[in-house]
Structure formats: structure tokens, C-alpha cells
Design a protein around this ligand. Structure first.
Ligand code: PDD
Length: 285
């Protein structure tokens, strides 16, 4: 059965959805996006995703297509129309359609708004059970990774380079330090049980799952350090994991062919995944 998607004010079957060839999202990757997870037909941390969307739009001086309330209503309508119980909702705003020009179009150009659902298992996954393997690759992305833009070719290339080495994902490295995964934030647990993840800056996306997981770790009396770490430090770590809205907490069991610990998901990653899912099921709206 085909999905019902939302395009600029209309709910249509996916085969009928249309966007202009002059849309700046298509021509310039001039757009931003959010991915919100859905559990039991409810939205996980919707407020966090909307707050980040507002920041992305404002950093790019991009007009907003509608109010937060209207965006929430579209999310709910798509969940209902597609009978989505577990999966994600993808939202994209672009600067809209205008004749091709590097300068932003005149004020008043209507931004484009597209949303669609992806039906997918989030809780009971193989990656959560067995962990994933990562390979380090140079971070070739631009300098404003804190803005969630749709220009995803660089991380896509990084992921393919990691897959060519037999890994599931890349950990991207810049100036000797890990920035993040291609679509997730990266963490290690050092020998003394300290959780280390890169501090917030323009070098990484400010993950909504990251904020929640760090809060939960601190509440569970786990010592947290927000600082850059190297691949060598990661290879020597007790355990490692990644976080994202679309995968929650996923253990990392191998880095550049080196097994971490006994090569199975570590206890801190497993515990934080459990806490995250339990709390999300309670607080999803
Ligand atoms: N990606 N870092 C990058 C580069 C990301 O693309 C993502 C999310 C994250 C995690 O952010 P959050 O916890 O807010 O999902 C970190 C989404 C899921 C995607 O592109 O599909």
C-alpha cells in the first residue's frame, strides 16, 4: 500500500507528490530537515525537534512555512493516515522555488514543506542486539554541521567508504579527533567508566537524542565528559555507542577491525538504551 505524504498543504499518495524542478532544495540543497521517531503512534521529543528546526531556519535566514502547532497537526495527521505505530516522520523545509541564482530569492518566496512517514522497527533491532561495526574515514563535510541541512552527499560518501571496508557506518575524523557518525552522535566509555562524547560546536549536529541520553547518564550517576576523543582512544575504550532519533542508542562493537571489550554490546550502552526507550514510551506525546 502506498503512503500518504504531505506536500505544500496537501495530503497525497506518494506517487502523486510533486515538487518544482526549480525548488532550491533540489538545485542547491538549500533546505533543512528533522527526523522524529514514533513509538506506539506517538511522537518522541517533538518539542526538541521543533526547537532545533527553528534554529536551523534562523541560522539560514529561511522563512518558516507555518506555525509549530500546524507542523504538529501535520505529524499527527500523517501518523493517523498511514496507521504508523513504530517508525519515523521525516520533515523537510526548503527555501522554495525560484529561478536558479546563487543569491537567495526575494522575500516572500514561499518555502516548500514536505513530510513523509517511514514504517520501521526501532526497538527490537539486530543492531541493538549485536552492535555495529564502524570504520574511521576523513570528515569531508562543511563547517556548519550544527545546522541540519539536506546536503547529505558527504556523509553518504563517508558511509559508503566505511561499507567498502566491511563496516556498518563511518566515524568521521577531523584534525585527529572523531566528530560523529554519518547520521548519529558518537560516544566511548573509558577504562574508569567515564562516558565521553564530543562537546557541542559547529563541528557536530546537536543531537536531540544526545541531550536526552546525557541527561539520563548523569541521572544514573555515570560520569560524563564532553570533549573530543581520538580513534586510538576509542579503540582502547571499554565500550562505545552511537545515538540518533532513528536508532536510539546503538552499541558499537568494532572500530577499524579492533573489537571492543569482548566484542559484544557493552553494559552502559545496553542500560542507556533501556532507560531511553522506557522513558520515551512514557513521555511520547
Ligand atoms: N540524523 N549527527 C548527525 C550528522 C545526524 O544526521 C543525526 C541525525 C544525529 C543525531 O541527531 P538526533 O539525535 O537529533 O537524531 C547526529 C537523522 C536521524 C537522519 O539524518 O536520518
Amino acid at each position: 500500500m502506498s503512503r500518504i505524504v504531505y506536500v505544500n498543504g496537501e495530503y497525497v499518495p506518494e506517487e502523486e507528490a510533486k515538487i518544482s524542478v526549480f525548488d532550491r532544495g533540489f538545485l542547491f540543497a538549500d533546505g533543512v530537515y528533522e527526523v522524529t521517531s514514533v513509538l506506539e503512534g506517538r511522537l518522541v521529543d517533538f518539542a526538541g525537534h521543533i526547537t532545533r528546526l527553528r534554529r536551523s531556519l534562523s541560522e539560514l535566514e529561511m522563512a518558516s512555512p507555518c506555525t509549530d502547532e500546524a507542523l504538529e497537526a501535520i505529524h499527527r495527521e500523517l501518523i493517523a493516515r498511514n496507521n504508523l505505530t513504530e517508525g519515523v516522520i521525516y520533515l523537510q523545509v526548503t527555501r522554495g522555488a525560484a529561478d536558479r541564482d546563487f543569491a537567495y530569492p526575494a522575500e516572500g518566496t514561499q518555502p516548500s514543506l514536505v513530510l513523509f512517514t517511514q514504517d520501521k522497527t526501532l526497538i527490537d533491532t539486530k543492531a541493538a542486539r549485536d552492535g555495529i561495526k564502524v570504520a574511521s574515514v576523513p570528515d569531508i563535510r562543511w563547517g556548519r554541521r550544527d545546522i541540519k541541512t539536506v546536503q547529505l552527499l558527504a556523509p553518504s560518501m563517508c558511509k559508503m567508504a566505511a561499507k567498502a571496508q566491511g563496516a556498518d557506518d563511518a566515524w568521521m575524523v577531523e584534525d585527529g579527533f572523531v566528530t560523529e557518525g554519518t547520521s548519529n552522535n558518537a560516544y566511548i566509555v573509558t577504562g574508569d567508566g567515564t562516558l565521553v562524547t564530543r562537546n557541542l560546536s559547529n563541528a557536530i549536529l546537536h543531537g536531540i537524542t544526545r541531550a536526552a541520553v546525557l541527561r539520563m547518564a548523569r541521572e544514573a550517576q555515570i560520569k560524563v565528559e564532553e570533549r573530543p576523543f581520538t580513534i586510538d582512544e576509542a579503540k582502547a575504550a571499554r565500550e562505545a555507542f552511537v545515538t540518533a532519533a532513528s536508532s536510539f542508542v546503538n552499541p558499537v562493537v568494532e572500530i577499524d577491525g579492533v573489537s571492543l571489550g569482548d566484542g559484544t554490546p557493552g553494559p552502559i550502552a545496553r542500560r542507556l538504551r533501556e532507560i531511553y526507550i522506557e522513558e520515551s514510551l512514557k513521555t511520547a506525546t
